[in-house]
Write a protein that binds this ligand. Structure first.
Ligand SMILES: CC(C)(COP(=O)(O)OP(=O)(O)OC[C@H]1O[C@@H](n2cnc3c(N)ncnc32)[C@H](O)[C@@H]1OP(=O)(O)O)[C@@H](O)C(=O)NCCC(=O)NCCS
Length: 190
């Protein structure tokens, strides 16, 4: 008999993302229910951002399923040469670290698990599946400083504080985190 609490992981490219539009938005609207009144967080704006990420090479989506129910997912893309990603960055780092050559950095742009299925290690499984075979040197992501569960999670997984970043004028100011892949074993359970 199938163990119903065992998460099935699936990998998708951009086409796969479009095929999963409805369930991806269903999970998003449940996870971000409290923020949907903010124009930046409406499902329409969220989907526009996903479409923008999906245009870039190196785009990847990993979904987690229990039987036929999508319970969480994570996705990201490789920052292109002279990416606008770092435009709203605030922090005291070597400017060379903000230069993108189209191969260097994988940006994790989403990681979410439905509220009813948290604290079971599912986010960790999604995270590891997304990052395990990446060819870039490093990964970066943004987290709201008051998002204690996510921030605690990332720092406990080995991500490092890098600075602050406001990606769009009407977006929140996020904390920018970074992880180097030189020794991937500190960040991913291989
Ligand atoms: C952040 C999130 C993806 C974690 O999902 P999850 O499946 O519960 O995470 P996991 O079970 O894999 O890992 C949890 C680890 O993170 C930490 N963690 C998770 N939830 C936490 C909480 N509420 N408070 C403190 N630490 C927490 C713990 O270290 C935990 O390990 P433990 O359960 O062994 O103690 C989930 O809370 C979520 O979807 N939040 C809303 C979306 C979001 O904020 N995403 C991140 C955007 S940057």
């Amino acid at each position: 008999m199938t163990n119903t609490s065992e998460l099935a992981l699936r990998h998708h490219d951009a086409d796969g993302m479009y095929q999963l539009r409805a369930p991806l938005l269903t999970v998003y609207t449940e996870v971000y229910a409290d923020l949907l009144g903010d124009p930046f967080f409406t499902p329409e704006r969220f989907w526009e951002r996903l479409e923008a990420y999906a245009k870039w090479p190196g785009f990847a989506l990993v979904t987690g399923w229990l039987r036929d129910e999508l319970v969480g997912y994570t996705l990201g893309y490789r920052l292109p040469t002279r990416s606008a990603w770092w435009r709203g960055f605030r922090g005291d780092v070597d400017p060379q670290l903000l230069e993108e050559d189209g191969k260097r950095t994988f940006a994790v742009t989403q990681l979410m698990v439905l509220p009813g299925w948290r604290r079971r290690g599912y986010a960790r499984q999604l995270h590891d599946a997304l990052l395990r075979d990446r060819t870039e040197e490093r990964a970066t992501l943004l987290v709201k400083p008051d998002n204690i569960p996510a921030r605690t999670t990332y720092l406990s997984w080995g991500w490092q504080r890098f600075g602050q970043l406001q990606p769009f004028d009407d977006a929140p100011v996020y904390e920018s985190l970074m992880c180097e892949f030189s020794d991937r074993s500190h960040i991913i359970r291989l």
